[in-house]
Design a protein. Structure first.
Length: 152
């Protein structure tokens, strides 16, 4: 279906997305001027459905860095990896943990004893540490990667 609909990116063409950027446990990234493409290997989420649910929650909580579905990448008959795209935050730097804690408190989240973990009545959000949260020169905060669980 992805091939028929034009949403398939063969792994041999993955570098056409952009310049390889920082990668982590679950995503390889490719950067262009205004966007970051993330090719997700599903190691953290476990399934495409779980990843899409996490993206939906991220977009609800952090709309300034909302993800969009872009397509699927992979090797024919062997792998399928969702590709998502997010706005690139230019001229930003890692936020300090104090900035992150203050930002999450302003959103109505309570800090837990574990660094970078917060909750409110509906969601638990974690891995909010400087490598996953950016600040621009004006002090605006941008959550670019977070783990999120619905508590309801």
């Amino acid at each position: 279906m992805a091939k028929e609909s034009g949403f398939w990116i063969p792994m041999m063409d993955i570098f056409d997305l952009g310049v390889p950027g920082p990668s982590g446990h679950e995503n390889n990234t490719y950067v262009v001027e205004k966007s970051i493409f993330k090719v997700n290997n599903l190691l953290n989420s476990g399934s495409i459905v779980a990843l899409l649910r996490k993206i939906w929650m991220h977009n609800l909580l952090f709309p300034e860095t909302a993800y969009s579905f872009y397509g699927f990448a992979g090797f024919d008959g062997r792998t399928v990896q969702p590709v998502i795209v997010q706005p690139r935050i230019a001229n930003a730097h890692p936020a300090t943990q104090i900035m992150i804690d203050t930002y999450m408190a302003a959103l109505g989240f309570v800090k837990t004893p574990e660094k970078g973990r917060f909750h409110n009545n509906e969601y638990e959000v974690w891995d909010l540490v400087p490598r996953n949260v950016l600040a621009d020169d004006e002090g605006d905060i941008f959550v670019v990667d977070a783990e999120i669980k619905y508590l309801g």
